[in-house]
Write a protein that binds this ligand. Structure first.
Ligand code: GLY
Length: 582
C-alpha cells in the first residue's frame, strides 16, 4: 500500500494502519505531522488581502483596497483604526516599524517610527539611589514614555508611498467614527482589561474610559466610547502631523508625561523624526528575506538564525522533530547573546550588521552546536534569570491588487502601554523606554538584557525586537509576516518562515503550529502546548530545560500561492483576528 493511502487509513482508523508502516516511512520527509494545527486552511482571495489582529480594522483595510487604495493607504487606515479597536497595542501614542514593498520599483523601504527618548534622558535615569535598576521608573512613570512616532510614521508613509487617491483625513475617518460612536466590547477586549485594570485605575484619565464607575473593567457587550480620542484624531485629520506634534495635543502630552514624573518638552515633540532606512537582507534556501534593520534587532537575528539553520536538512529532520527543535534552539541562543552585546540605535552605536548577517559568521556559530547536547547559556555568556511579559504589540500584513505589500508592527510596549491616557486626548501613552537596558546585565520587561549599546540616552531609540518581514522568491512577493510578542517576536517570525520553506506547510498551518522560544537568558526552552510528549522528553534528555508557557505571538501573515492567489492567515492564538480579502 502507498504511504499516502496508509496515512489516510491511519486517520480513519487510528492505531490500525500506522502499525503496518515501517517506522522510518510513517511520516514522509517534507510533510508536516498530521495534527490539529496541520489541517488548517488559510483564507484565499484573488486580488488583495489584509490580515490583522482585529476584525473591524481588517475590514476597514479591505474597504480601502476595494476602493482603489494601495497597500500603504490600507495600512494607514488599519493602523489608525486599531488605535481605537485594539487599544492595548494599536496606538497613536506609541511607535513602530513599517516595511513597504513597491512592486513597480521592486524596492523595499523600512520606515522607522520608533519612539525616542526625550532630550532630558540620561544613562542613569532608571536607577534608584543605590544605583540599582528601578523597574517602576522604566515601566510605570512618565520617565518610561518615549516621544510617540506613530502619527509621523503613518503620515510619511501616506505622503510618500500612498496611491494619492486618498487624503490622510479620509484614511483616519473610519477610526474617528469608531471612537465617536463607540464599539461594543468583544471577548478579546474584555479579556485584555482585567490584567491591566490596576495600571489603568492608577490614572483617572484612563479609568474614566476603560473602567466602570465601580472600578471594574468594561465587560463584553459594554460600549466603549472614546470621544477625546475622536477629537484628537480629528485634529490630526485636519492639521496633519502639526495637529499632533505641535499645539494643544502636544501640550497635553507634555503635561501628562511631566505630571507623571517625566521630563518631556514641546521641543522633544516638535523635533520628532521618522527615518527611512535600508532594510536588512539575507537569503534562505534560495528565498530572499527582507526585514527591519536597527533599531530593531529582529531582522538581523532572524537572518542570522536562518543562516545557521541553512546548514541542516530541516525538511528531512521533520517539522517539530526533536532534532529540528534542538538545532533551532541552539541557533537562537548565540543570536540573543549577540543581541545583548552589539545591538542598539544605529544613530549612536556602530552595529556590526554585515558580520552578523554573514554566512561565514553563521558557519562559525553553527560549528559550536552539538547534536546530542544542549549548550548551557553560561557557556555562551553569563547573565541573570529574568521575568517576561505577554504579547502586547500588534502586527498586520497587507498585499494589494498591484502586488505592493506592507508589513507593519507597532506598539505601546506593555498592554495599554504605561496605562495612562494623556488627559483630554483619549490617547494611551507608551512605556517604550523600558526597552532600553536600564543597567548593564539587568533584564527588561521581556527578560532581555543589554549593555552600553542599548543604554538610555537623549534622542536615542530603544532597541526593539519588532520584525516586520517580507520574503521574496525570484524577486516576487512570497510571504508577508510579523508578530507581537516582545523578545519572542524574532523566534515567532523565524518559525513561520521555516515552517513554510522547510516543511511545505500552508500559511495557516505555519502560523498555527506550536512554537518554541529560547532567548539565551533565562536558560530555558519555552514551548507552547501541542508538541509531542516524546519530543519533549528527547529534548530534556539532551539537557534542555523546558518551560511550557502561554501562547507565543500573533503572526498575521499573507502568502502568495503557486497559483498566484493570496492566502491569508490570522493567528488563532488571539481572539478577534481576521484575514480577509477580495
Ligand atoms: N516593545 C517591544 C519591542 O519593541 O520589541
Amino acid at each position: 500500500m502507498r504511504i499516502a493511502a496508509l496515512l489516510t487509513a491511519a486517520l480513519l482508523s487510528p492505531g490500525l494502519a500506522l502499525a503496518q508502516v515501517p517506522a522510518s516511512q510513517a511520516i514522509p520527509a517534507n510533510q508536516p505531522i498530521i495534527s490539529d494545527w496541520a489541517r488548517q486552511q488559510p483564507v484565499l482571495a484573488p486580488n488583495a488581502m489584509v490580515a490583522s489582529q482585529e476584525a473591524m480594522a481588517t475590514r476597514i483595510g479591505v474597504d480601502i483596497l476595494k476602493r482603489g487604495g494601495n497597500a500603504v493607504d490600507a495600512a494607514v487606515a488599519v493602523g489608525f483604526a486599531l488605535a481605537v479597536t485594539l487599544p492595548r497595542a494599536g496606538n497613536i501614542g506609541g511607535g513602530g516599524f513599517m516595511l513597504v514593498y513597491l512592486k513597480k520599483e521592486n524596492k523595499t523601504i523600512a520606515i522607522d517610527y520608533r519612539e525616542v527618548a526625550p532630550a532630558s534622558a540620561t544613562k542613569t535615569m532608571f536607577l534608584d539611589a543605590k544605583g540599582d535598576a528601578d523597574p517602576k521608573k522604566s515601566r510605570e512613570t512618565g520617565l518610561a514614555i518615549g516621544v510617540p512616532g506613530t502619527v509621523a510614521g503613518f503620515a510619511l508613509a501616506h505622503e510618500k508611498y500612498g496611491s494619492g487617491k486618498f487624503k490622510l483625513s479620509e484614511l483616519i475617518g473610519p477610526a474617528i467614527a469608531l471612537a465617536e460612536n463607540g464599539i461594543i466590547v468583544d471577548e478579546d477586549l474584555a479579556e485584555s482589561l482585567p490584567a491591566a485594570r490596576n495600571r489603568l485605575a492608577a490614572w483617572p484619565s484612563s479609568a474614566k474610559i476603560f473602567l466602570k464607575p465601580d472600578g471594574g473593567p468594561l465587560m463584553r457587550g459594554d460600549r466603549l466610547v472614546q470621544s477625546d480620542l475622536a477629537r484628537t484624531l480629528s485634529t490630526i485629520a485636519a492639521k496633519g502631523t502639526k495637529g499632533f506634534y505641535e499645539g494643544p495635543v502636544a501640550e497635553k502630552i507634555v503635561a501628562a508625561v511631566n505630571s507623571a514624573g517625566g521630563a518631556m518638552t514641546m521641543a522633544d515633540l516638535a523635533s520628532y523624526k521618522v527615518y527611512e532606512r535600508e532594510p536588512v537582507r539575507g537569503t534562505y534556501r534560495g528565498f530572499e528575506v527582507v526585514s527591519m534593520p536597527p533599531p530593531s534587532s529582529g531582522g538581523i537575528h532572524i537572518i542570522q538564525i536562518l543562516n545557521m539553520l541553512e546548514g541542516y536538512r530541516l525538511n528531512e529532520m521533520g517539522a517539530h522533530s526533536a532534532d529540528t527543535l534542538h538545532v533551532m534552539t541552539e541557533a537562537m541562543k548565540p543570536a540573543y547573546a549577540d543581541r545583548s552585546e552589539y545591538l542598539g540605535d544605529p544613530g549612536f552605536v556602530q552595529v556590526p550588521v554585515k558580520q552578523l548577517l554573514s554566512k561565514k559568521y553563521a558557519e562559525a556559530r553553527r560549528a559550536e552546536i552539538a547534536m546530542d547536547k544542549a549548550r548551557p547559556a553560561r557557556d555562551i555568556k553569563p547573565g541573570n534569570l529574568a521575568p517576561y511579559e505577554s504579547d502586547q504589540t500588534t502586527h498586520y500584513s497587507i498585499i494589494d491588487a498591484d502586488g505592493n505589500a506592507v508589513a507593519n508592527t507597532y506598539t505601546l510596549n506593555f498592554s495599554y502601554g504605561v496605562g495612562m491616557v494623556a488627559e483630554g486626548t483619549g490617547m494611551l501613552l507608551n512605556n517604550e523606554l523600558d526597552d532600553f537596558a536600564a543597567k548593564a546585565g539587568v533584564p527588561n520587561g521581556y527578560g532581555l538584557i543589554g549593555g552600553d549599546a542599548n543604554a538610555p540616552g537623549p534622542g536615542k531609540r530603544p532597541l526593539s525586537s519588532m520584525s516586520p518581514t517580507i520574503v521574496l522568491k525570484d524577486g516576487k512577493i512570497y510571504l508577508v509576516t510579523g508578530s507581537p510578542g516582545g523578545s519572542r517576536i524574532i523566534t515567532t517570525v523565524l518559525q513561520v518562515i521555516s515552517n513554510v520553506i522547510d516543511h511545505g506547510m500552508n500559511v495557516q498551518e505555519a502560523v498555527s503550529a506550536p512554537r518554541i522560544h529560547h532567548q539565551w537568558l533565562p536558560d530555558e526552552l519555552r514551548i507552547e502546548r501541542g508538541l509531542s510528549i516524546d519530543t519533549v522528553r528527547i529534548l530534556e534528555s539532551r539537557g534542555h530545560k523546558i518551560a511550557v508557557t502561554p501562547t507565543s505571538g500573533s503572526a498575521q501573515t499573507i502568502m502568495v500561492t503557486p497559483q498566484g492567489a493570496l492566502a491569508g492567515a490570522a493567528d488563532t492564538r488571539q481572539r478577534g483576528t481576521l484575514a480577509s480579502g477580495y
